[in-house]
Design a protein around this ligand. Structure first.
Ligand code: F6R
Length: 615
């Protein structure tokens, strides 16, 4: 995920910015840059590590005010041109977030004569700032100061942003603003810092001010900061003392990356559908899919290829594509696909799901599918990864970098992408009405808030995890869409807590596994309301009759379930097709707290790697 930093003080800015960017490295990035203002703007940027950026910096860069950025590519390849800061005349800007209406703004700015150098959404901010400052590309006289130009620019932006801007005709001031992307100001002694998180400047100051949504701040040399609300009214802000150690802060205060990434899901899910859905029209816009309506209508089958957690997401995708869009869907693991019958793929769409975009088995299987003539698309989280170079089109999840080995936010954002894709196919194939599609999109928009509710109540899940952390075996059961979620719940638990865990289709227990159940075997039953609910209750009774302990994942308004089970972990009531996303967050927390209780190496479980690049 991108990170921004800024400095206004009396010391040379360049080295402070570089140091701050290093502190943001844990967020993950593919390129970095800084801009220092002395008499003019001096900009340095490049791809790869911050060490690469350091190697291109000349000695003794003068200037005590500057901005910097680590970029995690979303719009446009990870290359030097696309890295930040972005410039327009004597204006420089860094940005974290996504400008959803950038195409529309870009078109207008091009019409006004602005020339775009990069493929990023951010560059529109630089040109908008310039056009407000000078009245257009050919303007010579300054019409307003940087602060006013930022305020005017923000009025046209839709989406999320944390920005920091400089302008050489307004020296000695840095302007920052935020909406839906983190931004914090550090108050030092005669110097001010700005950053995406406090890690960046923690070694200089622990006195911070959190910028709120729609606020703008003007930061001047001498340590003077003024805050304004969206209407330009001055705002008084409270300075807070942060009691963090630098080591903790690298995980933003979370004990493990996995916990941090579980908590990021409300925003990563939101980012993944942002700008892609219109609930007013019941439409999903996925231009990057690059498929004509004709191709979508003539599709006869979908072949999903993935491994591990991504394969579990694929199984959810099968239900979605079949139920919503009426397209027969097969799901194969990358490592097994090649042993199947070589299908004739004229009308078959292959969908590869891979967080890293580097999983060797998935890559090999996709190469195989394409060699049969299949059109292939990828759902991945990493811009520029191998799969993106070997595929017809790419749908990016916007989970941001996932550092913990156990996939969490990449899984839920894959589910969101599959959901949008299935809805798009369903509409084009005439399988659902605009009205039904609208309702499903309204339900989708509620998911980030529902995830947040689960996170707010995580203590109950932690208690439950503690209670059963000594177990040797666990079962996870579910039906229909909750069956893959049972598989995923078991996978999470086994990989990080080393407890033997099996995921089962609830109806299959009686065909063998019931023999294993004792009063020492917790069975997690995913029993959210839906058309299989009654059958799940019967399966739960079967399990209870064998004295096993049942932990149910159930809707918050379900009062029936408590009669049959030992513990209930609640999820907010949501649409049946979306509740798997919420249940998975509960199961991630259950696995996390179980592993924590058992003292396991959560972020780096034994024998596992984040990216499996061998077949
Ligand atoms: C489990 C996990 C793995 C990955 C699998 C595929 O938590 O992370 O099972 O899902 O190795 O990885 P990607 O999605 O990168 O292809």
């Amino acid at each position: 995920m991108c990170g921004i930093v800024g400095y206004v003080g009396e010391k040379p800015a360049a080295s402070i910015l570089i140091d701050s960017l290093k502190k943001l490295e844990y967020r993950g990035y593919d390129s970095a840059g800084i801009c220092v203002l002395n008499d003019s703007l001096k900009t340095y940027k490049t791809t790869g590590k911050i060490a690469n950026l350091e190697s291109i910096l000349p000695e003794g860069i003068e200037g005590t005010i500057g901005i910097g950025h680590t970029r995690w590519a979303t719009h446009g390849k990870p290359n030097t041109v696309n890295s930040h800061p972005h410039l327009s005349g004597d204006v420089a800007v860094v940005h974290n977030g996504i400008i959803e209406n950038y195409l529309e703004l870009k078109e207008k700015l091009i019409g006004d004569g602005y020339i775009f150098k990069s493929d990023t959404d951010t560059e529109v901010i630089a040109h908008l700032l310039h056009s407000h400052l000078y009245g257009g590309i050919d303007g010579v006289f300054k019409l307003c100061d940087l602060m006013v130009a930022v305020q005017k620019t923000l009025l046209s932006l839709e989406g999320s942003y944390a920005i920091a801007a400089l302008c050489s005709s307004d020296p000695g001031v840095m302007v920052v603003a935020r909406k839906d992307s983190p931004l914090v100001i550090g108050i030092g002694d005669g110097e001010i810092f700005a950053a995406s998180d406090v890690t960046a400047f923690l070694k200089h100051t622990k006195d911070v001010i959190f910028v709120d949504d729609d606020e703008v701040a003007s930061i001047r040399a001498g340590g003077n900061v003024e805050f304004f609300d969206a209407d330009g009214n001055p705002v008084t802000k409270e300075t807070i003392k942060i009691e963090w150690y630098i080591e903790d802060a690298e995980k933003a205060g979370y004990e493990h990356f996995m916990l941090k990434e579980i908590h990021e899901q409300a925003s990563s899910v939101q980012d993944t559908f942002a700008g892609k859905i219109s609930e007013m029209e019941g439409a999903v816009v996925l231009d990057e899919l690059n498929m004509s309506d004709e191709q979508i209508r003539h599709m006869t089958r979908i072949e999903i290829i993935a491994c591990g957690t991504s394969w579990n997401a694929g199984l959810v995708g099968k239900y979605l594509f079949e139920q919503l869009a009426g397209i027969h869907t097969d799901v194969d693991t990358g490592s097994e696909f090649r042993y199947g019958y070589p299908v004739i793929c004229g009308e078959v769409l292959t969908i590869a799901i891979t967080q890293s975009g580097e999983t060797a088995d998935t890559l090999a299987a996709v190469r195989g599918a394409r060699s049969y003539g299949c059109r292939a698309i990828a759902i991945t989280n990493v811009v520029g990864s191998t799969i993106t170079r070997e595929i017809d089109s790419v749908l990016y999840t916007r989970a941001g970098p996932e550092i913990g080995v156990a996939a969490t936010k990449s899984f839920t954002t894959q589910l969101i992408t599959l959901y949008m894709l299935a809805l798009k196919f369903a509409r084009i194939r005439g399988k659902i009405s605009a009205e039904d599609s609208k309702n499903l999109l309204v339900a989708l928009k509620k998911i980030p808030a529902d995830i947040q509710k689960i996170l707010n109540r995580k203590k109950v899940i932690q208690e439950c995890a503690k209670q059963f952390s000594d177990s040797n075996d666990y079962f996870f059961i579910g039906r229909h869409l909750n069956y893959p979620i049972a598989l995923e719940g078991a996978l999470k638990l086994k990989e990080i807590s080393y407890i033997h865990a099996e995921g089962y289709a609830a109806g299959e227990l009686k065909h063998g596994p019931l023999a294993l159940l004792t009063d020492k075997t917790p069975v997690v039953a995913i029993a959210t309301k839906g058309h299989t609910y009654e059958k799940m209750l019967s399966n739960i009774k079967e399990v209870k009759a064998r004295d096993a302990v049942v932990i149910a994942v159930a809707d918050e308004d379900d009062t029936e379930i408590e009669k049959y089970v030992d513990v209930v972990l609640r999820v907010p009531k949501s649409h049946e097709l979306l509740s798997p996303i919420l249940s998975s967050v509960v199961l991630q927390l259950l696995a996390y707290y179980t592993a924590l209780e058992r003292g396991c190496s959560i972020d780096k479980p034994r024998n596992l790697a984040k990216s499996v690049t061998v077949e």
